[in-house]
Design a protein. Sequence first.
Length: 175
Amino acid sequence: MDALYLGSAGARADAVAVRRNGFGRGVYITADRTAHETIARASGPVRPTRTRFSLQVGWRLHLEVGPPLRFVNHSCEPNCYAVLPLDGTRVEIRALRDLEAGSEVLLDYDTFEYEMSYFPPVCRCGSPRCRGSIRGYRYLSEERKAACRSFIAEYLRTEASDRPVAAAPVRAVRS
């Protein structure tokens, strides 16, 4: 997995650091950032199924990211967003607003994961705007979808014919 962490003016630098926090670990910026400035870029293998450390980049594509980006935590009130092009080959993390050095990089996982069933049922982000759970874009209210439309993953803006289909319930067969 290849990662490039950017400092000011796009120069290679130690732009982020992984630190221990109440969730285990988190990613923190080491310098002030302005709104929409790129904090980090990464690429990695693309897989057809979700893994613990992947970001959904297409209806059936998941980009595996390595450290430190795999330690970016969720918040229902994020300060960053993930730019995930349709080709699925990379991720770029950008600041949603001006951030001070030492700020934790926080993403709203529901802006790039269509459906998530592997997270604990209760969100622990602690934001005053906490939605109570992390379930995926599919479950966001229409109001929330409209509010985050400018920073959702590109594939979520498409009506792909290969959208995941829910599995039919298995019925017992009597002989």
